[in-house]
Design a protein around this ligand. Structure first.
Ligand SMILES: *Cc1c(COP(=O)(O)O)cnc(C)c1O
Length: 338
């Protein structure tokens, strides 16, 4: 490989790759054809809507190198569709999902040297869309920018597939009903920095947010969706103010169609979770992360004596093997970058 990277010590810190894709749209004109440029700063006005009013969205997906060397993406069209939905919600022109996939594929192709060797991690792909035109009052930007950049990242479970310590967040909410919790709006993540700092200082891996109306139903982790297993049933919070995760959708399908579990999207209460047999959270970055301990107001529940539960393990193996092209993919989820 042509790049000087220590593949054995990758974490989740930015390692700039070679090229990024940039496309711009202006009023009356659609998205331009876009260009590939060396990864680096872009120039925008201090009055840009994204800087002043948070008119911005992001996406995240991964490309992995299969054992046979193929470069595999996972459900990229779904990320493109989700970005387009977010754009509608934030009054930005939609970047067509098919063009999104083409831009992602070409960005990976041009940065193929940065995809870690088989088993050493993945190329994290970060598409963004921002209102970059200048505004003074609160209004949609007259110009938007779509960017795709990439960075190699390590495997999420560097120290093994270990259950983490999670706490129900009592002091803060992530998103309100009818707000923007269902899109990857950049401001949602700024809102989680402070709560995350508090609970990490107490030794937790992450916190689980509760619903803003009754403070009793589970929403999600700040960047991952929540699941729990009770007997042969898999429970997960229904869509609403949570982010419709692509990993979440995939896990529900695998649970139903491969493991034969009953899957229920519903209002999952904290008591449902505390009485479950297993719990885990899902997302592109975290894949499937087992929850070993759940804390609610000082009450502590340990699942599976702190070990990974059997359903969590099966779902993790299935999903990661499909993503690496090692398991039958009956759903057409993986896409090879030629
Ligand atoms: C991105 C994200 C997820 C996970 O979505 P995936 O499509 O599975 O990566 C879950 N919750 C939040 C808040 C997110 O931003």
């Amino acid at each position: 490989m042509g790049v000087d990277i220590d593949w054995d010590n990758l974490g989740f810190a930015l390692i700039p790759a070679k090229e990024m894709y940039v496309s711009i749209t202006q009023p009356g004109a659609g998205w331009d054809a876009g260009v590939f440029r060396p990864f680096g700063p872009i120039s925008i006005s201090p009055a840009a809507a994204v800087l002043n009013y948070g008119q911005g969205l992001f996406e995240g997906l991964k490309c992995q190198r299969a054992r046979d060397g193929r470069l595999l993406l996972f459900r990229p069209l779904d990320n493109g569709r989700r970005l387009a939905e977010g754009a509608r919600r934030m009054c930005m022109p939609e970047f067509p999902p098919e063009r999104f996939v083409a831009a992602v594929r070409e960005t990976v192709r041009r940065n193929a040297d940065y995809v870690p060797p088989y088993g050493k991690g993945s190329l994290y792909i970060r598409p963004c869309q921002w209102g970059t035109g200048a505004v003074l009052g609160v209004q949609p930007a007259p110009e938007c920018t779509f960017v795709v950049y990439v960075s190699p990242v390590g495997p999420y479970f560097k120290t093994g597939f270990r259950p983490g310590r999670f706490i129900f967040m009592r002091e803060y909410h992530r998103a309100a009903p009818k707000g923007m919790g269902n899109v990857k709006a950049i401001g949602n993540y700024a809102a989680t920095l402070y709560p995350a700092k508090l609970i990490k200082a107490q030794g937790f891996n992450d916190c689980i947010y509760l619903d803003a109306r009754q403070d009793q139903y589970i929403e999600e982790v700040g960047s991952a969706n929540f699941f729990c297993v009770k007997g042969r049933t898999l429970l997960t919070p229904a869509l609403g103010s949570i982010l419709p995760g692509i990993t979440r959708q995939s896990v529900m399908t695998l649970a139903r169609e491969v493991l034969g579990l009953e899957v229920r999207e519903m209002n999952v209460s904290v008591e449902d979770a505390l009485h479950a047999d297993e719990a885990f959270c899902t997302g592109t970055a975290t894949v499937i992360s087992p929850i070993g301990t759940l804390v609610l107001d000082g009450r502590e529940v340990v699942f599976q004596r702190g070990e990974v539960g059997p359903v969590t393990r099966k779902l993790y193996d299935l999903l990661t093997r499909i993503q690496l092209g090692e398991e039958e993919d009956s759903w057409g989820w993986t896409m090879s970058v030629e």
